[in-house]
Design a protein around this ligand. Structure first.
Ligand code: ATP
Length: 345
């Protein structure tokens, strides 16, 4: 459904997207995961034809987004990071307007389209409400509804749960999952648990580059192909290394420190097997006491940390700050509009 080849986007000297290639097969929910500024929105904006690329190729359902933009865009429903909602319209008026924009002009067609999308995102009962009076969760549903108008096979959702409270997040995630039964979806997120919960496949992007891609399960497994053990052993380095080399439970090892007769070791052990007991006896046999031993198995969080150098919590708190900024911009935008209309001092 999406083919991206050698995509590059430069803003002056800044390389926002650096030679990214990936494909999204039909029927999948794919997550574009990365910290702030990784290049997620830029990539999505190019895929949707909203901005141009410096170089590279994007095909949507076989149509080149740069050369056949109308045909390609017909296949896409897009929910940008800030949903393009007109606050002074009712939901119904707004969706009517979106139908006009998407070339759905016949009254019956409009009506059935609006009915379909409002049912799909469960907002049938609030069609007459003004958008400005809706909660954020409902606004996001209206944003999804506008993306669904025209029944495009591909949905592109930029940070669809950003700024929502935990209940709204759960609702929108389950909505996305159910939309995934009928649509191919690519969504961006900085939240690992979200991608884990919703997506079939993950593209991890960092500083404009694609650093890994696979199913969430395979990513965790691939990066933890070998379980890791860290330990501290009391004894001579040579003696410790002799046991490590002879042990069938150690695939690779690294001496990470040696101080006051204690040798620190990081070792890779066969996947899925807890070998701590065996190692204990092997070292004990040589009268080398293990004074500390820990087994590590990488989670998707660790994978993310390894790849991007940022831990998930930092990424989330930075993203929260970015959300606040977006909210302020939105507030400023609507105050300005009201001022222009003379509704405020
Ligand atoms: P976020 O979640 O913060 O939006 P992101 O992964 O979506 O992060 P992008 O918005 O794609 O990141 O930004 C990628 C990089 O490109 C950032 O360093 C950003 O500052 C830069 N950038 C984005 N838009 C522009 C622009 N119009 N002009 C200059 N630089 C830009």
């Amino acid at each position: 459904m999406i083919e991206v080849k050698n995509l590059v986007k430069d803003y002056g000297k800044h390389h926002a997207v650096k030679d990214i290639s990936f494909s999204v097969p039909e029927g999948q929910i794919v997550g574009l995961l990365g910290p702030n500024g990784a290049g997620k929105s830029t990539t999505m904006n190019i895929i949707t034809g909203y901005i141009s690329a410096t170089s590279g190729e994007v095909k949507i359902g076989g149509y080149d987004i740069f050369e056949e933009p109308l045909m390609a865009k017909k296949l896409i429903g897009y929910l940008p990071e800030i949903p393009p909602l007109y606050e002074d319209m009712t939901v119904e008026e707004y969706l009517n307007f979106v139908c006009d924009l998407k070339g759905i002009r016949k009254k019956e067609e409009k009506n059935s389209s609006i009915q379909e999308v409002t049912e799909a995102v469960k907002i049938s009962d609030i069609r007459g409400r003004l958008i400005k009076n809706l909660s954020k969760g409902y606004r996001q549903r209206v944003g999804l509804a506008q993306a669904l108008i025209g029944n495009p096979p591909l949905l592109i959702l930029d940070e669809p749960t950003v700024g929502l409270d935990p209940n709204q997040i759960i609702e929108i995630r389950s909505l996305i999952k159910s939309l995934g039964k009928k649509h191919t979806i690519i969504l961006s997120s900085h939240i690992l648990s979200e991608v884990n919960a919703v997506c079939d496949y993950v593209l991890i992007i960092d500083k404009g580059s694609l650093v890994a891609e696979d199913t969430p399960e395979n990513l965790s497994e691939h990066f933890s192909k070998n379980d890791r053990i860290s330990m501290s052993v009391k004894g001579e380095k040579e003696a410790v290394e002799e046991v490590l080399r002879a042990s069938s439970h150690i695939k690779e090892y690294r001496i990470t420190g040696e101080k006051e007769g204690i040798v620190d070791v990081e070792a890779q052990t066969p996947s899925g097997k807890d070998v701590r007991d065996d190692l204990f006896f092997e070292f004990a046999e040589q009268k080398l006491p293990i004074i500390k031993m820990e087994r590590e198995n990488l989670s998707l969080e660790d994978v993310f940390l390894k790849l991007t150098g940022q831990d998930a919590q930092t990424v989330e708190s930075e993203a929260e700050k970015a959300t606040e900024k977006i909210e302020k911009q939105r507030h400023f935008h609507f105050r300005k509009k009201k001022k222009e209309k003379g509704e405020e001092e």
